[in-house]
Design a protein around this ligand. Sequence first.
Ligand code: SF4
Length: 369
Amino acid sequence: MKQFKDIYDQYSWDEVQASIQTKTAKDVESALAATHRTLEDFKALISSAASPYLEQMAQLSHQLTQKRFGKTIQLFAPIYLSNECNNICTYCGFSFDNKIKRKTLTAAEILQEINVIKQHGFNHILLVTGESIHTVHVDYFLKAFEIIKPHFANISIEVQPLSQDEYAQLQRAGLYSVLVYQETYHKEKYRNYHLKGKKSNFYYRLETPDRIGLAGMHKIGLGVLLGLEDWRTDSFFCALHLDYLQKTYWQTKYSLSFPRIRPAEGVDISNYHISDKELVQLICAYRLMNEELEISISTRETEIFRNNIMKLGTTTMSAGSKTNPGGYSVDEDSLEQFEISDDRSSAEVAAMITANGYEPVWKDWDKIF
Ligand code: SF4
């Protein structure tokens, strides 16, 4: 069976980049006028030629999002279960070569974290770990699910890539969605950022969403770590990946996240900066390509940016997040994976959503009916 790797290998990074750079105002206008938009239209919409059309893109994105999702924003909280990691990734505070205190939550500590998060009203939870397969493995996740499931309607994970069988096993145990970001689709440069460990295998990571799709997962989340490489070219490859997955695993839902590199212990700040305006352009371009896509904005972004982007395509937001294991209750001062920009509480974020005429949604009834 054909997989995304076969499609990816037909493309050249440099050619895609050049093709985005040569898009013109006419290409952008034609993309805006189209009723069904293609990947070529997407290239035009993320190109610098589209920047004078941002207002129009934002209005369209707002309308399309409201038509499909209503005036709602889904809220979730991440729980960092472990910061142990065997990999060296140059942009991450949990990287193996960072001499930080390592911690993996015990069953009792997970319960302690859950109790605090439940008090904040959350019903959707994202479990995050580093990649330490000897301590944080499928059995660990299964035990964590047993503790977590009675308390939450919806469990997602953002952990090391697993096998198809392991994803299927976790799904049977109650897992709803898996987030796996390629970080960058630039195969050669990928090696410069992933120096040691399993994550340094570019293709194994690239093939992960196929394994998740084959396992029949309800939802897959993709993304690029914005700031590692040219965001336009990386985003084209991510859109290509999404397009392939939607056609291949058409019963699965998809979400997209837009992490921008944030300061963390031992991290060099971005070589390929993406400005706030460009990030808005990118989010709107995805929405114009895809009306069904869930678009998630995390607390990496500032309060002002999140308040403004909320109506322009966003469907999902984290709130009151802690990015360190035990951060809600057990070990509040342990080292974060990255610095949070929006440190408002979940109640404050919910109040902002309501004040904007939207409804904060704590539970996705979709899954139940
Ligand atoms: S990005 Fe993930 S795999 Fe890489 S060092 Fe950080 S936690 Fe480990």
